[in-house]
Design a protein around this ligand. Sequence first.
Ligand code: OSB
Ligand code: MG
Length: 374
Amino acid sequence: MKLRAIRLHHLEMPLVAPFTTSFGTQTVKHCFLVEAQLETASGELVTGWGENVALDRPIYSPEYLDGAADVIERWLAPLLAAVDDLTAETVAHHLRRIVGHQMAKASVEMAVLDAQLRAEGRSLASYLGAVRTTVPSGVSVGIQDSGDETVRVIGGYIEQGYARIKLKIRPGADVAHVAAVRRAFGDDLPFQVDANAAYTLVDAAHLRQLDEFGLLLIEQPLGEADIRQHAELARLLHTPICLDESVVSAEAAADAIALRAAAVINIKPGRVGGYLEARRIHDLARAHGIAVWCGGMLETGIGRAANAALAALPGFTLPGDISGSDRFYAEDIVTEPIRMHDGVVDVPTGAGFGVEIDPERLERFRTRLVEIAL
Ligand code: OSB
Ligand code: MG
């Protein structure tokens, strides 16, 4: 295929409720969608959509939205525009000289992949090797002001039928909140926590208090670069350690596995450079007997649909952060947003990511449209 046009649709979507993690509170979702137009070998024009998962500030990872948009415009788009036989499988190869910027790269590869699959009339689930038609739906719950409030909010999600609860924690909002949830809902609730790098190794004794609550896992207690320190922490805790921020590539995943820093891996396609790298991490982890699950970045209907397809691969043995669209948004930008029912979401079956943009909503949530000159 030949890349003919790239447009970045910058969006601002209100969240149904503020979302607080150890690094801050979000009340609106900022992101951009990548719309790529490609010409196939037979001269047909196909359009694909990708979603960039960077936050507006570099507080989860080094990347941030305007930086990602700049990298795409200045460096990624020109490299891809020069290729005559572009495929989704070769995007990463053509971009290999640009160091880092996985989120920027992932969003561009995603748009090319959607276009390619649409041209072939093939679904992402089929392309990736999905073995399920539904995937269990977990929900990520932000930090609340008290144990009582945490119990109230989580109670609502349990009532809706979510298959697993993940609670954000930080120093000062951890052991007591977890204890309150276990007291209220018992030991059988599939329950895990996510620290978003809020602790250091000297907090090991404190974190050991979580061991008595039978958590499925603790996600990213230490910093992104602290793979070795996570391995040390793993020797001090019974709660399995799951890495999120630290797993920026298949190489990082291989290091974490070899060092025994991760018993579980949270795979986020946007963070690791795309769905193809995400599948490589899945394959690697599976070969090592390491469980994986699909994380989320508050994706719109585009990324949420693609994540549901990824989570249908056989190694995704734990419920992912793939909640219904309505967990974050009153209105989504696709015509048929992902819905949670009976604790699962359906894996899309249509060509590409299997979802269609709602033009009216896209325009309403759009703050800026940038056509990149190729
Ligand atoms: O650490 O998993 C995380 C959202 C933004 C940034 C980081 C994380 C999250 C979530 C939300 O936990 C997951 C979701 O999209 O449901
Ligand atoms: Mg996380």
